[in-house]
Design a protein around this ligand. Structure first.
Ligand code: GAR
Length: 210
């Protein structure tokens, strides 16, 4: 996307962190191509060299920082390398999209208020792994998707946006997963655009969009 088409001096720059399939990453790439994302995706960070998201990034021509957790004794060490890559590219916002490693203060503090995560439940219900499965097993009638700021905890940061998804009697776990992923596709580019447009106001746990 060009500077002119964004109407500002410099494009808003995001880095996406992902560990797996990368369907949310793909949504952001597609939105960028369609001209509906007011941000440039300048880096993919991935801790699984064989993850499908890496191939998606290569196809889209997005730079990748790929590493293996086991090559580092401390999490702080690879995060320091990531922080250098982010600084070199002038990243404005970190977008976690299925990044399955806990973060340390190296990144959490440096990007406080500038790092977001998407989670497939209505937090604070069903944090952690397999949130869709957890909601399905629990038997709730309503679940959904949450986008939140990242703090030091697991899915505990202030909520930016949520989208509800009803579980109907005819649903299976597979159709529920598809409904959740569809809600993620609707919500994540919109939230990235709120940040790019400077619309997000943060006061403690209270986040307003203006
Ligand atoms: C997404 O459903 C995302 O919400 C979830 O991982 C999936 C990644 O899918 N994230 C979490 O559970 C974070 N706690 P993707 O790789 O196809 O985008």
């Amino acid at each position: 996307m060009t500077e002119q088409s964004l109407g500002s001096a410099r494009p808003f720059r995001i880095a996406v962190f992902a560990s797996g399939q990368g369907s949310n990453f793909q949504t952001l790439i597609d939105s960028s191509r369609e001209g509906t994302l007011g941000a440039e995706i300048v880096l993919l960070v991935c801790n699984k060299p064989e993850a499908p998201v890496v191939e998606r990034a290569r196809r889209a021509g997005v730079d990748c920082f790929v590493f293996e957790r086991k090559s580092y004794s401390r999490r702080e060490d690879y995060e320091a390398e990531i922080a250098e890559e982010l600084a070199r590219r002038g990243v404005d916002l970190i977008v976690l999209a299925g990044y399955m490693l806990l973060l340390t203060p190296v990144l959490v503090e440096a990007y406080q208020g500038r790092m977001i995560n998407i989670h497939p439940s209505l937090l604070p219900s069903f944090p952690g792994k397999d949130a869709i499965g957890q909601a399905w097993e629990y038997g709730v009638k309503l679940t959904g998707v949450t986008v939140h700021l990242v703090d030091g905890g697991m899915d505990t940061g202030p909520v930016i946006a949520q989208k509800a998804v009803e579980i109907d009697p005819e649903d299976t776990i597979e159709t529920l997963e598809e409904k959740i992923h569809s809600a993620e596709r609707d919500l994540y580019p919109q939230v990235v655009n709120w940040f790019a447009d400077g619309k997000v106001r943060i006061e403690g746990r209270s986040i307003t969009i203006s």
